[in-house]
Write a protein that binds this ligand. Structure first.
Ligand code: G6P
Length: 747
């Protein structure tokens, strides 16, 4: 009914408007017709009375003329009739002849003049007819018709027109309603047929309504997308932002909740001067994943390592973060001091870390550490199961601390999609072979649906390792490993940072940053400034960096007193002897170099061993003329990308170790071998003398890359791959992926 009203109401409205507009037209038309009618009548009367009137006028029989006129005026429409002589002086007429029509005022009723006269009785029609005798004018006959019947007729006509239009409207509405109802039924049936696939899949049953054919393909595509959750996307055509990620989660992953699991938590609660404060740890992993979690919400499960962490969690060990505007939550896992010692300091950082990084530090493997590592991985698996609201969550497992977790999750939640990302390098098979628990570790990782590394090189190393260590099938075409009846896709996903960095909106100007950093370290304006920001880790090549500064002073002494290198080092894993020794070596070397080249208050190296929060780190990057990243081995190294992001002025030179993943993406940096001290010194000199135009060209290209390949794209690609995998799983798993051949004999 509603549908019919949609047609009928506008129709009735239009007809009403037409009726309204037509009224004056009807009035005018009827008036015109009746005036013409009365003209003819007056002429007829004049012709009829011509002869007797001429005789009576000749006989000057005025009373007989009046009698003749009175007789004519008995006609219901003839109101009055009169005669004026040729001179228009003498008048003879009926009694009721209107007083305002005198013989002397007949001119105004001549043809072409006004022929209608308003009177107290209503409108009158006045017609003048000449009376002739033998060709000479004898006078004028004045015939006055009563026109009130015209008004009556006009009213009647209007009524007829009105009812006619009402009738017409009703008829048209009725036809419209019937046709609309029939068409709608046809459309509905057509649509149903389309949705059933008739007319598309079965041409014989082609639907009756050809109008729907153009919609058919679109509709079917939409249905398929809704059914399978699959929407073709060209990853390179997407502008990667937090919104894009959210859209992927909504559309491709149907809003599934994301769980992130890592050892390091993104916010650490500490107590300072009796107050609880938050700290953001120096960790590439945290730098990359924090913006992702802000965009996607969900839960981040991590070791609660902060001294005040327990004070802020709820009874489920959860806390909303970021503290100023919570967007997701951290679920903290508590570890005993022994567990932390064995799992984190021991197996992860004295075993796996040096095993995976070629930094010439010997790994230490202890059975007890391994046992703790296994136990803690189990603890994390329990937390994942507890936090997961469904049987098939998407779990993003992070890094070498949790290598066993993918399999443990798979054992508990077989339908989960586990995406594991290994943030550090993967060694070659020979190097890996020294690990006593290599099979267990590999089997743990192969519980993942997707296993990601920064570079193709590390992907190859991993696949080669599996090939060598396990009874697994390795498909080098698709980079898929089949092990224990399950497939793991091994892929390259170079990690990145958010673009623009969250802090960017609050950055002071470059000039302010320069002034602040120089004031802080008492560096005069004419001294060129280099920076390095790292964890105090032997893989970062900090000693090699200092030696390069020293060598620069030796080879290019003009820089003595004119170049200072500020190194900010965040203390890390300081309970490990190797790290303690390394810090001592760094401090000693800086001291030695400074003593050697010191000139008054100037020194070549400023070493600050202290944690710096992101705003301060960015302030250093913006203040610097060059940034030196000299890692001996690094999965990616996000410091390099952060420096590039910080330089919206397109100035500053990046010197970058060839042994970082970042060097593959940023060839516009001055790429160096950190072991080649002379080459590094030359790079420093080149950076210090690089013209502004060249700095700008290089920085422009590097910024373009980081902008385009930002961390949202990194996470987006993994999530899209996970979505594809889940769709395929829905189709292939219930029926089994293998097609069994039919046998002729029916067995
Ligand atoms: C590297 C690792 C991360 C780790 C970070 C900081 O980037 O890949 O997993 O969080 O170092 O180390 P820490 O031991 O302090 O967590």
């Amino acid at each position: 009914m509603r549908l019919s009203l949609r047609f009928v109401l506008p129709l009735l409205l239009a007809i009403g408007l037409v009726a309204y507009a037509v009224q004056p037209l009807v009035d005018q038309l009827t008036l015109k017709w009746f005036v013409r009618d009365l003209d003819i009548r007056a002429q007829l009367i004049a012709n009829t009375v011509q002869e007797p009137l001429v005789d009576l006028v000749h006989a000057n029989a005025r009373s007989k003329i009046t009698t003749l006129f009175n007789r004519i005026a008995e006609d219901e429409r003839v109101y009055a009739i009169g005669f004026c002589d040729a001179q228009r002086r003498q008048f003879t007429g009926t009694r009721n002849f209107p007083a305002d029509i005198g013989c002397d005022s007949l001119d105004r009723f001549e043809k072409g003049g006004g022929r209608l006269l308003a009177s107290a009785k209503g409108p009158l029609h006045v017609a003048l007819e000449p009376v002739r005798a033998d060709g000479a004018a004898l006078g004028t006959l004045v015939v006055v018709h009563d026109m009130s019947f015209v008004t009556r007729r006009s009213e009647e006509t209007k009524r007829y027109v009105f009812w006619f239009l009402v009738g017409l409207g009703a008829l048209v509405s009725l036809i419209t309603v019937v046709v609309a109802q029939l068409s709608w039924r046809g459309w509905v049936q057509g649509m149903k047929a389309l949705l059933r696939g008739e007319g598309l899949l079965r041409p014989a049953a082609r639907i009756a309504m050809p109008e729907l054919q153009p919609l058919a393909r679109d509709l079917r595509t939409l249905m398929r997308e809704l059914e399978t959750g699959y929407r073709p996307r060209d990853e390179s055509q997407i502008t990667w932002t937090p919104e894009t990620l959210r859209a992927i989660l909504r559309a491709d992953l149907r809003g599934e909740e994301i769980l992130v699991v890592s050892n390091r938590e993104p916010y650490i609660h500490v107590r300072r001067n009796g107050r609880v404060e938050v700290q953001r740890p120096a960790s590439g992993l945290v730098t990359a994943l924090e913006p992702i979690m802000r965009a996607c919400s969900g839960t981040w499960i991590a070791h609660g390592s902060g001294p005040a962490d327990r004070d802020v969690v709820d009874r489920h060990d959860r806390v909303g973060v970021p503290p100023e505007n919570p967007r997701y939550r951290i679920r903290r896992v508590w570890l005993t001091a022994e567990e932390e010692a064995g799992y984190y300091y021991g197996f992860a950082n004295e075993g796996l870390w040096p095993l995976c990084h070629i930094a010439h530090v010997r790994p230490t493997f202890r059975a007890d550490d391994w046992a703790k590592y296994v136990a803690v991985n189990r603890r994390f698996a329990k937390a994942v199961v507890a936090e997961s609201r469904s049987s098939n969550p998407i779990v993003l497992v992070q890094d070498y601390h949790l290598a066993l977790l993918p399999k443990l999750i798979r054992d508990e939640l077989p339908d989960a999609t586990v995406i594991t990302f290994w943030h550090i390098p993967w060694p070659n098979p020979e190097a890996f072979a020294i690990l006593p628990w290599r099979e267990e570790l590999l089997a743990g990782l192969l519980g993942s649906s997707i296993l990601g590394f920064h570079t193709r090189f590390h992907v190859n190393n991993f696949v080669d390792t599996v090939d060598r260590e396990l009874e697994a099938r390795v498909d080098r075409e698709t980079f898929t490993v089949s092990y224990g009846g399950r497939n793991t896709a091994v892929k390259r996903y170079p990690i990145s940072i958010e673009w623009p960095p969250a802090e960017a909106a609050h950055w002071p100007s470059i000039a302010d940053c320069r002034a602040a950093v120089r004031a802080r370290y008492a560096i005069p304006d004419d001294v060129v400034l280099g920076v390095g920001v790292d964890r105090m880790d032997y893989t970062k090549g900090i000693l090699e960096r200092f030696r390069a500064v020293e060598r620069l002073m030796e080879l290019e002494p003009q820089w003595i007193g004119r170049f200072t290198f500020v190194q900010v080092c965040a203390p890390t894993r300081s309970r490990i002897e190797e790290y303690q020794a390394f810090e001592t070596r760094v401090r000693t070397l800086a001291e030695q170099i400074n003593v050697r080249f010191q000139r008054g208050p100037w020194s070549p190296i400023v070493l600050r061993v202290e944690h710096a929060e992101p705003p301060e780190v960015y302030q250093h990057f913006r203040a610097a003329d060059l940034c030196f990243v000299s890692s001996l081995h690094d999965g990616m190294n996000l410091v390099a990308k952060e420096f590039v992001a910080a330089r919206d002025d397109e100035r500053g030179v990046l010197i970058l170790s060839q042994f970082t993943g970042a060097a593959r993406e940023l060839p516009e940096a001055l790429v160096v071998n950190p072991y080649d001290i002379d080459q590094c010194a030359a790079a420093l000199h080149l950076a210090l003398t690089m013209p502004d135009v060249e700095q700008r060209d290089r920085m422009y290209l590097m910024r373009a890359l980081v902008r385009e390949f930002n961390v949202y794209r990194w996470a987006g690609r993994m999530l899209l791959d996970a979505a594809t995998m889940r769709r395929r799983g829905r189709i292939t798993e219930p029926a089994g992926a293998t097609v069994v051949p039919l046998r002729r004999d029916g067995h």
